[in-house]
Design a protein around this ligand. Structure first.
Ligand code: PDD
Length: 298
């Protein structure tokens, strides 16, 4: 791993943050997760725009201008490629387009200070970047699809500031815990009104009669960078696209379901709970969109 703290490269074993840091104490931080293709950050500007929006939403003044953030992303990526001798070889079941690629996690915490919730107590915001080998689903997950479960917000709590990417993750952690207990890859959350919003770390799409539906941004979800790319690709492909809030029954009765996120790209969901989705295999529209996504990314 390559780690940078406040612009200084730090060996991973010495990359530590204070116990007084508000990111640790209160989840008082914002972050982004980017990935590379051919060693170049994908949709880097979109991620930095979202970071700025997340920071604004929680009233955190980013300590660096955007150009410096962008340059630091490029710097940690360059420093982490090619793989060093201590890096694990790629998993034999990795999807070929993911081999050798990197994930960059960019975290800005409000910093530390006297204990207390009041953000005015914070001094010294921290900018932390990690560049790591990309962790992405294996090729078999794209060929066969994965399982998902639906969990109620009442059981796991409502994500704080769902439209901002902040360090307050407990609702997502608990949702994923339920999914993993059921042997599923992802948890899809239903809000208090009974509508499906998003996954614990992904956005969700359903395909019914050839039309593509995903919940709208005002449903209380993270505006996924991948979600926006996929919406554009679906429109370019001439598909009918709707942004509407689906009920769990609509997902259960869909022809196809898929997840989108930076590391997953477009990942078919072929089981929902203990039932197959559609034919139980990745559907035609999902595969078409993933082909178009791959062509766009490479
Ligand atoms: N998660 N919804 C939530 C709650 C997320 O945390 C994420 C991303 C997404 C998809 O967004 P994008 O397409 O921009 O990656 C949707 C990141 C990858 C993470 O926390 O690891």
């Amino acid at each position: 791993a390559v780690v940078s703290i406040d612009g200084e490269r730090v060996p991973p074993e010495r990359a530590v943050v204070s116990v007084f840091d508000r990111g640790f104490l209160y989840g008082d931080s914002v972050y982004e997760v980017l990935r590379t293709y051919g060693g170049r950050a994908f949709e880097g500007e979109e991620h930095l725009s979202r970071l700025a929006r997340s920071a604004e939403r929680i009233g955190l003044a980013l300590p660096w201008p955007r150009e410096r953030l962008s340059a630091e992303v490029a710097r940690v990526v360059a420093a982490s490629r090619p793989a060093g001798p201590d890096e694990e070889p790629p998993a034999p079941d990795a999807a070929p387009w993911n081999v050798g690629e990197r994930t960059v996690r960019l975290v800005v915490t409000r910093g530390s200070g006297e204990l207390g919730l009041d953000p005015a107590l914070a001094a010294d915001p921290k900018v932390i970047l990690l560049a790591l080998p990309l962790q992405a689903p294996p090729l078999a997950a794209y060929r066969q699809g994965v399982g998902a479960v639906i969990v109620g917000e009442t059981a796991v709590g409502r994500p704080r500031e769902p439209s901002a990417k902040t360090g307050a993750h407990l609702a997502h952690v608990l949702a994923l815990r339920q999914a993993r207990a059921a042997g599923a890859h992802e948890a899809l959350t239903v809000d208090r009104d009974g509508f499906v919003t998003e996954g614990a770390s992904s956005n969700v799409f359903l395909v019914q009669g050839g039309a593509v539906t995903t919940p709208p941004l005002d449903a209380g979800l993270l505006p996924g960078v991948t979600r926006a790319v996929v919406l554009a690709l679906a429109r370019e492909a001439g598909l009918t696209v709707r942004e509407a809030r689906p009920r769990p029954e609509a997902l259960a009765g869909a022809d196809e379901l898929f997840l989108t996120s930076t590391a997953r790209e477009i990942l078919p969901v072929t089981r929902l709970g203990d039932r197959p989705v559609g034919s139980g295999a990745p559907g035609e529209v999902t595969r078409l969109l993933h082909r178009r996504f791959r062509a766009r990314a490479d």
